[in-house]
Ligand binder design. Structure first.
Ligand code: NAD
Length: 486
């Protein structure tokens, strides 16, 4: 792997100051399109962790107590600043994640929606009042912040996922510590600067870089009250077990294997357009990517042909190139894993319709490339079906009818998102009522809810009771008080 001499040191953001512990161990950050090392990340040690948690604890006491009006002013200002820095944030995302710039801007747009929702916090925090529940007695209830909360986020949405958490946690009066993915750390630092410029007091939003050690420190620290996690299922399960054991409130969103059913009565051109976008967008590295197409009955042959045409038309290049549709995958190990799973499917008898395993992008030979890949006649025992591939691979499973498709979805351990393509209202309604999945699209491939609904899957895609952002986000970051008053 090539190295570059031009690397930046990525610091922590602790109590309003950018700082780096000199003696701490170091990880390299790469640009996946070029393979070059672009950054040096010093991992937080125990002292950094303790400093950040102490600062958060102190800041939460004041921040949780100031007027809702003052908190709202900061949120409005932060919203303006993020909107004014979309280009800069998108460049940071593309340089470390690899997704194309338009996609990076798209994720910032989804994050902005959550900030806008959080700007309505005065209404969201309104309590309830019951007059004269007994003679001379009233009862009222309201919600208070938890105190110090931490967010641990995945590599695939360096801005959107932190913004699913931080605006909600901060609007509700908490201090928030972000532990971003060590693969994509730089955008989090710009967010920290923007919070500070928006007038947020020091210690209310902090960034600590690191991997499992610093996460373990957050999960077990006595002064951390709540944990929001988004990442893979094994880590989500571990986070939930360890943090709940240490008395913390936890929401942990895990991995996914999202299926789309395509009925013979669907508009197949529309379905193929959306399947290609949902399978290959961001190189398939989205928790809401469609990775399994369930082709029902007669839909299969024509659908596969149409998806093949679209997969072959996808332009793969460095995400900074204006005509790029799709960028690289995140690491060489990820590429190796994806190629292995595809090869196993082929060896087990699946049909390669489009094969992206050997893709090379001229001028970027050292990048981590996998081209769009479509595999037909996949069986449920193949690893291409059982594993979350997290790459630009669409597998096609053929079934006879809608019931068989729904049964397949419900037998899968994940339940994040799913979609149906159909022109029948009866099929759509049966589907929405029958699938054991948290987020459902009807002729919509990536049903990521708008910010005033909440986001969350079922089964192995979410541990904990509360979905993230939206009304459930307000509930997660607060606890209720009920006053009975004579
Ligand atoms: P990951 O689970 O490897 O890492 C997520 C975070 O946890 C990172 O900050 C990482 O540093 C930390 N971490 C990793 N291993 C750890 C350990 N053993 N102990 C403590 N902390 C640890 O996930 P990733 O590869 O960064 O992201 C991809 C995964 O995230 C996919 O499975 C994807 O489906 C999932 N994801 C889910 C959603 C959702 O909303 N459900 C959204 C985005 C991504």
């Amino acid at each position: 792997m090539p190295t570059s001499t031009k690397t930046t040191t990525i610091k922590h953001f602790i109590n309003g100051v950018e700082t780096t512990g000199e003696g701490n161990s170091v990880l390299h950050v790469h640009n996946p399109a070029t393979g070059q090392v672009t950054g040096e990340l010093r991992l937080a040690d125990e002292a950094d962790l303790n400093t950040a948690v102490a600062a958060a604890k102190k800041a939460a006491e004041t921040w949780g107590d100031i007027s809702v009006a003052k908190r709202t002013n900061v949120l409005f200002k932060f919203r303006e600043l993020v909107a004014a820095h979309v280009d800069e944030l998108a460049e940071l995302i593309t340089a470390e994640h690899g997704k194309v710039l338009s996609d990076a801007k798209g994720e910032i747009g989804r994050g902005l929606e959550v900030i806008e929702f959080a700007c309505g916090i005065p209404t969201l925090l309104k309590g309830d009042y019951s007059d004269q529940v007994s003679t001379g007695i009233d009862v009222f209830s309201f919600r208070e912040p938890l105190g110090v909360v931490a967010g641990i986020t995945p590599f695939n949405f360096p801005v959107m996922v932190p913004l699913w958490m931080a605006p909600m946690a901060i609007a509700t009066g908490n201090a928030f510590i972000l532990k971003p993915s060590h693969r994509v750390p730089s955008a989090a630092m710009l967010l920290a600067r923007l919070w500070k410029d928006a007038g947020l007091p020091d210690g209310v939003f902090q960034v600590l870089h690191g991997d499992r050690e610093v996460v373990s420190g957050l999960l077990t620290h006595p002064d951390v009250d709540g944990i929001s996690f988004v990442g893979s299922t094994p880590v989500a399960r571990h986070i939930t077990e360890l943090a709940t054991k240490h008395g913390k409130r936890v929401q942990a969103l895990g991995g996914a294997k999202n299926h789309a059913i395509i009925m013979p009565d669907a508009d197949l051109d529309n379905a193929a357009d959306h399947l290609a976008a949902a399978a290959f967008g961001s190189a398939g590295q989205r928790c809401m990517a469609i990775s399994v197409a369930i082709a029902v009955g007669d839909a299969a042959d024509l659908l596969v042909k149409k998806v093949q045409e679209r997969a072959l038309a996808v332009k793969v290049n460095n995400g900074t190139e204006p005509d790029a549709d799709m960028g690289p995958v995140i690491t060489p190990a990820s590429k190796e894993r994806i190629v292995k799973i595809v090869t196993e499917a082929e060896a087990a008898g699946a049909a390669m319709v489009v094969d992206g395993r050997d893709l090379v992008v001229p001028g970027h030979e050292e990048g981590f490339w996998v081209g769009p890949t479509v595999i037909d006649h996949v069986k449920t025992e193949m690893t291409a079906y059982t594993e979350e591939i997290f790459g630009p691979v669409l597998v096609v499973v053929r079934v006879q009818d809608l019931d068989a498709g729904i049964a397949l979805i419900n037998a899968n351990p994940y339940g994040n998102g799913t979609a149906i393509f159909t022109s029948s209202g009866a099929n759509a309604r049966k589907f929405q009522r029958s699938v054991d999945v948290g987020m459902i699209g009807i002729n919509v491939p990536l049903p990521v809810p708008v910010a005033y609904h909440s986001f969350g899957g079922w089964k192995a895609s979410l541990f904990g009771d509360k979905h993230i952002y939206g009304p459930e986000g307000v509930s997660f970051y607060t606890r209720g008080k009920v006053v009975t008053s004579r």
